[in-house]
Design a protein around this ligand. Structure first.
Ligand SMILES: Nc1ncnc2c1ncn2[C@@H]1O[C@H](COP(=O)(O)OP(=O)(O)O)[C@@H](O)[C@H]1O
Ligand SMILES: [Mg+2]
Length: 213
């Protein structure tokens, strides 16, 4: 059986791709799934987080592959044969590697913040997923808890033509604090609001992935 592949993609830098990839990977690994992460961003932030993680005592095991160029597809396929879930973190553009990563995905996660720049960039990433015939899910990140902006932005994103996850992530320093220590939020502060948000998102993504083929 091969793993489900979730690719985190968004042309805009700083939208939350690496944040999402790392915390989701840990959330799923802690539920008992074998998780592999693939870092195809030359900035290699996920790889740096992973190096930090090697020093964490009792960290739940996760596998990492850091690859670029023509090897992306074969590495994702190879890893997918040995784990239950593969999470791919991609660079902030839509060039060859990102396209390959989108093509390899069962679901493309698109983190997007409540800003016009993120909104405009998201359309391009949804179009990329559509051109590769892949399901996409927009994840609203750094959302204010309530208020008019949150509702307005959800509406604007929904108009782009991809589903918007019900679960949203607030702006929470704990997400960054955890990554700095090489852990996920579910390890760093398991009962925090941030961990609950990430767990709700992880569960929703699983529901949307549907049963294994
Ligand atoms: N929900 C959030 N709350 C607080 N900070 C966040 C959140 N999501 C992302 N960040 C911060 O925003 C910055 C960019 O996030 P990152 O995951 O590196 O984006 P990308 O990988 O898309 O470039 C980082 O400093 C990260 O800690
Ligand atoms: Mg990144």
């Amino acid at each position: 059986m091969t793993a489900r592949v979730v690719t985190v993609a968004q042309q805009k830098g700083g939208a939350g791709k690496t944040t999402l990839a790392a915390h989701l990977a840990v959330a799923w690994a802690r539920e008992g799934y074998k998780v592999g992460v693939v870092d195809i961003d030359p900035q290699a932030s996920l790889t740096k987080w992973f190096a930090e993680r090697a020093r964490v005592k009792d960290a739940v095991p996760i596998e990492l592959r850091c690859v670029g160029g023509w090897r992306v597809q074969s590495e994702v396929e190879k890893l997918a044969r040995t784990v239950d879930l593969v999470v791919v973190d991609s660079p902030p553009h839509a060039e060859t590697e990102s396209k390959i990563a989108v093509r390899a995905a069962d679901l493309v996660l698109i983190p997007a913040q409540p800003s016009p720049m993120d909104l405009w960039a998201t359309k391009a990433t949804i179009d990329l997923a559509r051109s590769e015939k892949r399901a996409a899910l927009v994840v609203l990140n750094r959302m204010p808890a309530r208020g008019k902006l949150a509702e307005q932005m959800r509406g604007k994103y929904a108009e782009l033509g991809a589903p918007v996850a019900e679960a949203v992530l607030g702006s929470r320093v704990a997400f960054a604090a955890a990554l700095l220590e090489g852990v996920g939020i579910s390890e760093h502060a398991p009962s925090s609001a941030a961990a609950q948000e990430m767990a709700a998102l992880a569960a929703e993504i699983f529901r949307r992935l549907g049963p294994e083929q």
